[in-house]
Design a protein around this ligand. Structure first.
Ligand code: SER
Length: 316
């Protein structure tokens, strides 16, 4: 059976790359991109697009009814840093949007739903190193506890209504095709742009702040692998830990210097995002993803850095 795929929040950092990948696999006409904003160039020119506001239940219902998607990827969200500036809006968008999609998945018998979670579901009392799948979780950002609550809803809809929901706790994501949208890990993308444009960058996290990160190619592959995995192999219906690789701003700057020897890195004296980063894990244990659906990372720090610089150079 051919798939009909709806990607909601297609203009964002993940959506831009995921739509391109899915159109390559399933055919452009079978992947409907949607977003609250006008589509970006790559999406507009490569297949169908619909405007969608996940908070507008009637509009979303119409989209499900019109396209009868077999798979839905719900990527519309407010991330950690912006969420702290607009806490109620972040909660509303991140929760209500998910509940609308889960309800329509029941009504329209959508075969599979993908919803992204995050390392932000962990908090200051979670183990900081090799954070396991199951542990104390006391997130203290609105983004983090909206993702944790969302994970519980995903599992609930799987158990109660049989919705085949799949989810990953993404680390910070690094890619060159699209910009990140207001998170705490955004520095790890901005640094590459500034290194190429200005030869220097002032980071907003301290030199020694280690965080789990992942290259977008790995993140897209993980997403598609998880969605392709046989349902009976999946033991987790909340969200899978995904480790990526952990590094500090200083380590990233050193890696960039191997390509741009004059690159100058400096660090802001204070920034509200530091407290968010300090509450998150420094590294993650993703044994369950490896066991259940064969997950394996490809890009290490050197490979990410080389690929980012090579590709960004062509478009900056
Ligand atoms: N990258 C996200 C953020 O920084 C975490 O999921 O908000």
């Amino acid at each position: 059976m051919s798939e009909k795929i709806l990607v909601i929040g297609a203009n964002g950092q993940i959506g831009t790359e995921l739509v391109t990948a899915l159109r390559g696999i399933h055919g452009a006409e079978n992947v409907i991109a949607s977003d609250i904003n006008s589509p970006n160039y790559a999406i507009r020119n490569s297949g169908p697009f619909e405007f969608a506001n996940v908070l507008d239940k009637d509009n979303l219902h119409h989209l499900f009814d019109k396209h009868r998607p077999t798979q839905v990827y719900l990527l519309a969200a407010i991330l950690s840093a912006v969420g702290e500036q607009k806490p109620k809006m972040a909660w509303d968008l991140n929760m209500t949007g998910l509940l609308h999609v889960l309800d329509f998945a029941v009504e329209f018998k959508t075969s599979k739903i993908f919803w992204p979670s995050s390392i932000a579901v962990f908090g200051p009392h979670s183990p900081q190193y090799n954070t396991p799948q199951y542990c104390v979780m006391d997130p203290n950002t609105v983004y983090g506890f909206s993702k944790l609550a969302g994970e519980r809803w995903c599992e609930y809809y799987y158990v109660k209504y049989g919705v085949d929901v799949r989810s990953l706790r993404y680390p910070g994501l690094i890619g060159w095709r699209a910009n990140p949208g207001g998170g705490t890990t955004d520095y790890a993308v901005h640094i590459f742009h500034e290194a190429l444009k200005k030869g220097k960058y002032q980071g907003f996290l301290s030199a020694q702040t280690a965080l789990p990160m992942m290259y977008m190619d790995d993140a897209i592959r993980a997403t598609i692998n998880l969605m392709d995995a046989p349902a009976e192999n999946l033991s987790i219906r909340s969200s899978y830990n995904l480790a990526g690789i952990s590094f500090t701003p200083e380590q990233l700057a050193e890696e960039i210097k191997k390509h741009i020897p004059d690159f100058e890195m400096s660090y802001a004296d204070s920034d509200p995002r530091q407290a968010i980063a300090d509450s998150w894990p420094k590294s993650i244990d993703d044994t369950q993803a490896q066991q259940d659906w064969g997950w394996q990372l490809d890009y290490d720090l050197a490979k990410i850095t080389g690929d980012m610089l090579t590709n960004l150079k062509k478009i900056i």
